[in-house]
Design a protein around this ligand. Structure first.
Ligand code: ADP
Ligand code: ADP
Length: 223
């Protein structure tokens, strides 16, 4: 059984079928990419996996529990698309706050905040106000916030949308480092280039349905 499981997940909004009978299984330690055009249903699927949206039918599971079980949230980090922070906090303070929310004690929270700042390349910026961060720095801070609780599974929604090529490369390197540390990463993207360089497996979603799933090299080779 995968650490992330979508079992016949369907979500209907009014007459709009956002996701239709989606089945996916992601093994622990993999980087999994979900590719699809805008409106395909990617965010809805991720929200069901995160337990933020109730499926119309089917079940979402993470780390052996239903996504609707609050305990599953401890296992999960999440970087939403275009996440923005309040400017009146320092980067380090924001991460300490997130670490405390994730259940860490004060000393551990300070230590982890410094670790993840270093990991995302913001070690020298932790004492600056977030108001003075560039968009790319904010996105990396968001990644640090998703990682600060040391989750087993990390969901990243378009994690490089605000980044220049150098920033993209840095995020790629971070993802590969996390993989070496045994983390499972679920990457939502509309950019093939972003997905192809890091993902072990991908699913392609269109109009709410998974139209292909497997290793990207196999998918690109065609039937
Ligand atoms: P993606 O993330 O791939 O852009 P979404 O999951 O956001 O796709 O959307 C899939 C479809 O579901 C779209 O047609 C969108 O308009 C619709 N949708 C998403 N969320 C809602 C909502 N809260 N209410 C109504 N329709 C929604
Ligand atoms: P490298 O050899 O390139 O440093 P490793 O295989 O040692 O990579 O990966 C572990 C590194 O990743 C450590 O520096 C560790 O602090 C960092 N790391 C792993 N998982 C996380 C996580 N969830 N949050 C923050 N840092 C992490």
């Amino acid at each position: 059984m995968g650490i992330i499981e979508a079992r016949n997940l369907t979500k209907v909004y009014g007459r709009q079928v956002a996701c239709r009978e989606i089945c996916l299984s992601v093994e622990e330690g993999q980087i999994f990419g979900l590719l699809g055009p805008n409106g395909a249903g990617k965010s809805t699927l991720v929200k069901m996996l995160l337990g933020l949206v109730h499926p119309t039918s089917g079940e979402a599971r993470v780390a052996g529990r239903s996504s609707l079980d609050p305990r599953s949230r401890r296992e999960v980090g999440f970087l939403p698309e275009n996440f923005r922070f309040h400017g009146w906090l320092k980067g380090q303070e924001l991460l300490i706050f997130h670490a405390r929310l994730a259940g860490l004690g004060v000393e551990d929270a300070w230590r982890r905040a410094d670790e993840v700042l270093e990991l995302v390349g913001l070690a020298g910026d932790g004492r600056k106000l977030v108001a003075n961060y560039s968009k790319g720095m904010q996105q990396r801070l968001g990644l640090a916030a998703a990682l600060v609780g040391d989750p087993r599974v990390v969901f990243l929604d378009e994690p490089t949308s605000a980044l220049d090529p150098l920033g993209r490369r840095r995020v790629r390197e971070i993802l590969l480092m996390l993989k070496r540390a045994g983390k499972t990463i679920f990457l939502n993207s509309h950019l093939l280039s972003e997905v192809e360089q890091v993902c072990d497996r991908v699913a392609i979603i269109n109009r709410g349905a998974v139209v292909a799933e497997g290793r990207l090299t196999d998918l690109l080779a065609g039937p």
